[in-house]
Design a protein around this ligand. Structure first.
Ligand SMILES: Cc1ncc(COP(=O)(O)O)c(C=O)c1O
Length: 900
């Protein structure tokens, strides 16, 4: 590799950004080539750049080895203008993402004809394109012939078209699968060597850190399982000329889609590859809905809008029809037959679509939900928690969990996340806190009443749990504990090899594998011996506990707002289930679906869930990689920009996660010298990891509070951001973001900073003092965040001394009787008096200020001075459950001090 290129790609962000980094490298090469044409640069310069790109290009079908060879020839022959023209064509095609399929050009020996991608025009234009990685032990000189042979197999009736990418080693195969998201299938031949012929230190370090223990021998099955571990979306095929039956019966062959006997099966292989793609491309519900929309259907049913007649024939609402287009109305239906299916009782294409989603998301079952994750959470809580069951739950979790508990009668045992007071937000709940709650319950003999641990992953601000560790340690204390991971924001994480292990399903898969490993029992027993017969609570808290694999019942639920991070229409959500005892709760689960799901679910929403799954299975890997790389770019630009960095910053891992939870010592992505290996270690080991796509942009230092800045971005610059805090806004990069979005954001921030600078310069000392005072107030005069206090004794039921679970449901319904309630104005002296002398102030309802969006009061909770102080300092307009005109709604106390 050229010196410059190696250095650049050693930075971890450039690895994560390998895809967009590639087009940057080509653009830089183009500039160098144009300079060479103009006599401003030397041939050596352009040679260096092209050799820097060569290794990366071996992992892509286009331009491919022959065109790269041609380019090198032109450079050696000093044909500067021709070389620059070639580079421009390559660069344009790569940058535009145009389908680079070259048809049969290579076969007739016309190398230059390859330059014009046939799919830009012609019949291939609409066929989805992908690349197939072939891992071959044959000499590299044979590869062009193999590729040509593969191309000859194409038939006009093929639904998709692909180009082969051929590599000759285990390492190269891994690197190609990592850096080229267009690769969707891999054909591995037995007998390839392990090490790459390249000296590619960056790629090697990626490989070494990702594989861990390097295999001594490069078996095709080992490579297949490593590739599936990194990219479960890949179809992997193995070819062998040895004992094909023996290979097929090896348990390791489970990650392989098909095993072929050597080369004589070439056409079969081609068909199998296309069939594998078709199996992901198929969208059973959407496909049927499209067919349904084409049929001439008369309706004597509800939903007059269906078929659009009431719209298109109307003088007055026709514009709606014109705006949305005919298909929306043709696809509207209240039918559950005639090619459609029932979401409440699926037996046909919705059932199949859900099964395909389960495969894609690594779950046993998936349920589509059309009322958002707000509903998904309530469904899961109702299905699994009976009245009186204890649920250990993050107090900062979304209100749907709290309301789910009220409805079902589950008793919340609130656990606190670590506070990030400086930014008026919370982090996530430390494992020690969760273990302590479980051990307290154990000590008080109430472990049997604990049903579920309910956490948000990732949190609004990007904290991802070490889901595997949390589940393992909790299962060591209570082997049948159920886990609900609210992954409303992070459904996309499944498609990132870095984030996936930190999802509920990713960790469940790892634990499932661990449970089957005989070494696990030995590890458990060894730890038991070390702990001794009656280990103290302190010792258990200090030990990384191993569960007893023979006792564990792995029961994991995950909800995601598909609409928040994938291409689903708003409110599209999924419940993912991996529960060995699902059979025992299935009927309750159906009841919960019946309770919460609309009997008129929206067809377009269901279709979009089906399509979102298809997209993620076919291009999710590249899209998520892009979202991460965009986030890292934004972080880097804001940090390094001379003007923006004076007023704004994006919080790093070190700002949002206290040191004690970053055990690996990882500081942040942007710390000078941070390497890829550091990040991988942090992802694997740290208690919390920061999802890079969630960027907390501090705006208090520019004199804006979060709400004000959000409004400014939206109203003046058409930039919508996620949520706000007192002194920050949250930016979220997504699968739809492009580098133009980064450019727009940067330009806007520069403009805003310019205005601040101008104001400070021209406004005199008074303006500067006012600005400094405003910044100080936003950044330093921040209210302390109130912890959950306790439930009033009247609502503690059978709670013990050590834990604070409560009967929130009784308190909630008490508020239905006006006579049981009273109102006290927040700022009245009455409040102060009662805080000092009693009777205690007991909240009658949830009070949820936005931001921060978590309940600072729940029904039955005793209100403390900290909560009142916090509320009095709150400067937000939206406080759900609080009527400023009437004051705090409280449950009245009887003379004996008991709640009525
Ligand atoms: C953590 C969390 N869970 C659940 C939800 C609700 O999801 P939905 O908007 O899909 O109903 C949200 C919404 O913001 C959320 O932040």
């Amino acid at each position: 590799m050229a010196k410059g290129a190696t250095k650049a790609s050693q930075r971890m962000d450039s690895f994560l950004a390998m895809q967009s980094g590639r087009s940057d490298l080509w653009r830089e090469a183009l500039t160098a080539a144009q300079n060479w044409v103009a006599g401003l640069a030397t041939r050596a310069n352009i040679e260096g750049r092209i050799s820097g790109l060569a290794v990366l290009e071996e992992f892509h079908a286009y331009p491919g080895m022959r065109l790269m060879g041609l380019l090198r020839d032109k450079i050696s022959a000093d044909e500067a203008a021709v070389a620059a023209d070639l580079i421009r064509r390559f660069s344009d095609t790569i940058l535009s993402g145009a389908n680079p399929d070259r048809g049969d050009a290579e076969d007739d020996g016309d190398v230059l004809a390859e330059l014009l991608p046939t799919v830009v025009s012609g019949r291939e234009a609409r066929r989805p394109y992908f690349e197939v990685l072939m891992v071959s032990p044959q000499a590299a000189s044979r590869w062009p012939a193999i590729a040509a042979e593969m191309r000859r197999l194409r038939r006009p009736e093929d639904a998709f078209v692909y180009e082969p990418v051929i590599v000759g080693s285990f390492e190269d195969a891994f690197c190609a699968a990592v850096v080229n998201p267009k690769i969707l299938a891999v054909i591995v031949a037995e007998g390839v060597p392990f090490r790459s012929k390249h000296e590619a230190p960056v790629l090697r370090s990626i490989l070494d850190s990702a594989i861990g223990d390097l295999p001594t021998e490069a078996s095709a099955l080992k490579l297949a399982s490593i590739l599936k571990g990194i990219r479960p979306d890949l179809d992997v095929y193995v070819t062998t000329d040895r004992e094909v039956e023996k290979l097929a019966s090896d348990p390791a062959a489970s990650s392989v889609r098909r095993i072929f006997y050597a080369v004589e099966e070439l056409l079969e292989m081609h068909l199998a590859v296309l069939e594998g793609i078709q199996a992901r491309f198929e969208t059973p519900f959407f496909d049927n809905l499209k067919r349904y929309a084409q049929r001439p259907i008369g309706t004597f049913h509800a939903l007059p809008i269906a078929r659009g007649k009431s719209v298109f024939r109307s003088e007055w609402i026709r514009d709606m029809g014109e705006f949305y287009g005919m298909n929306l109305f043709l696809a509207e239906s209240s039918a559950t037959t005639g090619g459609l299916d029932s979401l409440l009782e699926p037996t046909g294409n919705i059932k199949k679509a859900q099964e395909m989603a389960a495969r894609a998301f690594g779950a046993d079952h998936v349920f589509f939900v059309t009322n958002g994750t707000s509903t998904s959470n309530k469904m899961v809580v109702q299905a699994l928690v009976a009245p009186g069951d204890i649920v250990i739950v993050d107090r900062n979790c979304h209100k749907s969990h709290h309301y789910g508990l009220v409805l079902g009668g589950g008793q919340p045992l609130y656990v606190e996340a670590f506070p990030l007071t400086a930014y008026s937000m919370y982090g996530a709940v430390p494992l020690q806190t969760i273990k302590k709650a479980l051990l307290n319950l154990r000590d008080e003999g109430r472990l049997d009443r604990v049903r579920m641990l309910d956490l948000t992953n990732c949190t609004f601000d990007g904290h991802m749990y070490n889901t595997r560790r949390v589940m393992e340690e909790c299962l060591a204390i209570k082997p049948d504990l159920i886990f609900l991971w609210d992954e409303a924001w992070s459904g996309f994480a499944r498609w990132s090899p870095f984030l996936r292990p930190r999802t509920g399903m990713g960790a469940a898969a790892a634990i499932e594998e661990w449970l089957l490993d005989p070494a696990s029992v030995a590890a458990y027993e060894k730890q038991q011996k070390q702990l001794g017969p009656k280990p103290s609570t302190q010792k258990l808290l200090a030990t990384r506990l191993i569960p007893d694999p023979r006792k564990v019942r792995l029961r994991v639920y995950q909800t995601n707002s598909t609409h928040k991070s994938m291409s689903a229409i708003r409110q599209g959500s999924m419940v993912l289930v991996k529960d060995v005892d699902f059979g025992s709760v299935q009927s309750q689960f159906r009841e919960a679906v019946f309770t919460h799901a609309s009997t008129s679910p929206n067809q377009q929403l269901i279709a979009s869930l089906d399509v979102a799954r298809r997209q993620m299975e076919l291009e999710g890997y590249g899209l998520v990689m892009n979202a991460i790389s965009i986030a890292l770019k934004i972080r880097a630009i804001i940090k390094s920009h001379p003007v923006i960095s004076k007023y704004f910053s994006v919080l790093g891992a070190n700002d949002l996660i206290p040191d004690e939870f970053r055990q690996s010592g990882f500081v942040d992505y942007l710390k000078p010298g941070a390497t890829w290996a550091d990040a991988v270690r942090s992802m694997r080991e740290d208690e919390f990891y920061l999802d890079p796509t969630r960027m907390t942009l501090v705006c208090g230092t520019a004199g804006f509070d979060g709400t004000q800045f959000k409004g400014l971005l939206a109203n003046r610059f058409n930039i919508q951001v996620n949520k706000t805090s007192r002194n920050s806004v949250l930016l979220q990069s997504n699968i739809n973001n492009t580098r133009s979005d980064i450019a727009h954001l940067v330009r806007v921030l520069v403009e805003i900073c310019g205005e601040i600078e101008e104001r400070l310069k021209s406004g005199g000392a008074g303006t500067r003092e006012a600005f400094a005072a405003r910044v100080k107030s936003l950044m330093q005069d921040v209210p302390d965040l109130p912890n959950f206090s306790r439930f009033h004794d009247a609502f503690r039921g059978k709670a013990g001394k050590l834990t604070n679970e409560g009967d929130m449901r009784t308190a909630f319904f008490m508020a239905y009787h006006e006579k049981s309630c009273e109102y006290v104005p927040l700022n009245s002296p009455d409040v102060n008096q009662r805080l000092q002398k009693g009777p205690p102030l007991v909240s009658a309802n949830f009070v949820i200020p936005y931001p921060p969006g978590f309940p600072i009061m729940v029904p039955g909770q005793v209100i403390t001075k900290e909560t009142i102080d916090f509320m009095r300092k709150l400067d937000v307009k939206e406080i759900h459950g609080y009527d400023a005109a009437r004051g705090l709604k409280l449950i009245k106390q009887t003379k004996t001090g008991r709640s009525r």
